[in-house]
Design a protein around this ligand. Structure first.
Ligand SMILES: Nc1ncnc2c1ncn2[C@@H]1O[C@H](COP(=O)(O)OP(=O)(O)OP(=O)(O)O)[C@@H](O)[C@H]1O
Ligand SMILES: [Mg+2]
Length: 369
């Protein structure tokens, strides 16, 4: 079985240790501190949190706020988390019935057999429902130390009434002495506007922790052992090439190693040739997506994208970049680059732009666009 997992949270033996970070998170939680975990996409934020809180004595609720659009959505996801924590549904149902507006019903999922929750959505909820929801959480967790993880927290900003919702949440959270909150997010500007903007209700309300790439030596050790399961071998220099290709992004490295594993056999040595073949496999798996992406952008935006693939780490308004794009002005380039960032093909780090998908970049180069 392929030992390289990607696309979902990894735990236990599939989790390359991040000992210091896990220890820090556990310490903050023990001190009842709220923490903010931030880092690039697919770097391993959610896995790190899960690994840190999945211990016998850590009562926790995990709430994924990805793409929340309404107050109902937030309340439902919070309460569903609570339902999963308190499997004693009779007790919980009694408490939840006190929610005047939400009218929740706890039932049993016929497939998983676990409790699930439905809300009355005939009347859209007002931000005040947030207060009621947090009151329920408070009463269920009363006297019991609990950790609440709010993953993809920045997506709350997509609600029209986001400031009101954040203010109400904050007012409740700061009074809950037994509950530690772990906020997690990856769109840096949005997370910054919640936790670093002085006018935000959450300004400086959690200890920030930035998650970086796993150090190359630690990661090599982990990867080497995984390949050893199938008696495959890999040199450190080749692993470094993969690490560089993927800009140290954990999810991309795992995905690439999964491809390498699938084209190698027992006792194979992973070589440069294998690296190239694995790239071709990635291209064939993802080509349809690349074509869809290209279909969304103009010819000029495409020229900018190709220039970025070819030049790599240079400023997009530098002379080298402008002359690579040809016959243009810095302002037109800026606009095109902004559009590429808006549709998440690229993203900005310290005034430089990088591809969200490193294999797409390699494909553009391979196709000689
Ligand atoms: N410590 C780790 N050891 C091995 N693989 C890992 C580790 N952390 C993350 N990964 C890999 O990265 C992928 C993404 O991990 P995870 O979902 O935890 O990241 P994330 O930063 O929360 O991503 P997103 O930005 O999409 O929310 C996983 O599917 C797994 O392949
Ligand atoms: Mg995540």
């Amino acid at each position: 079985m392929n030992p390289f997992k990607y696309g979902a949270v990894v735990e236990g033996k599939n989790f390359c240790h991040r000992t210091a970070l896990v220890r820090q998170i556990r310490e903050h939680i023990a001190d009842k501190q709220n923490i903010l975990i931030q880092g690039e996409r697919r770097i391993g934020k959610t896995s790190l949190i899960i690994e840190s809180i999945n211990t016998k004595n850590c009562r926790h609720i995990f709430v994924d706020l990805m793409s929340v659009k309404t107050v109902d959505d937030i309340c439902k996801r919070l309460l569903q988390g609570l339902v999963e924590l308190e499997k004693r549904s009779g007790f919980l149902e009694k408490i939840i019935q006190n929610l005047k507006h939400l009218r929740p019903v706890v039932s049993i999922d016929p497939i998983t057999g676990g409790p699930t929750l439905e809300l009355d959505i005939s009347t859209p909820q007002k931000p005040d429902s947030i207060l009621e929801t947090f009151s329920v959480i408070e009463s269920v967790c009363h006297g019991k130390k609990t950790v609440i993880v709010l993953d993809e927290f920045q997506d709350i900003l997509d609600l029209e009434c986001n400031n009101e919702v954040l203010a109400l949440m904050r007012s409740k959270i700061q009074r809950q002495k037994n509950i530690s909150y772990v906020f997690c997010g990856s769109i840096r500007k949005k997370i910054d506007s919640i936790f670093s903007d002085i006018s935000s209700p959450f300004f400086k309300s959690a200890i920030p922790m930035t998650i970086d790439s796993i150090p190359v030596d630690d990661y090599f050790h982990f990867i080497e052992q995984k390949f050893q399961i199938g008696k495959r071998t890999i040199d450190k220099s080749l692993f470094e090439k993969i690490y560089q290709l993927c800009d140290g992004i954990t999810g991309d490295i795992q995905q690439f190693c999964e491809a390498i594993w699938s084209i190698t056999s027992y006792k194979d040595q992973v070589r440069d040739k294998t690296y190239n073949e694995a790239l071709l496999l990635m291209f064939s798996r993802e080509q349809k997506t690349y074509e869809l992406v290209i279909g969304q952008i103009t010819a000029f935006q495409m020229r900018c994208l190709v220039a970025l693939a070819k030049l790599g780490n240079v400023g997009v308004t530098s002379t080298a970049f402008i002359s690579k794009v040809g016959q243009t002005t810095p302002s037109s380039v800026k606009k095109a680059i902004q559009r590429l960032a808006d549709i998440r093909i690229i993203f900005e780090v310290s005034k430089r732009y990088r591809f969200s998908n490193p294999f797409f970049k390699m494909w553009l180069l391979h196709k000689r666009y």
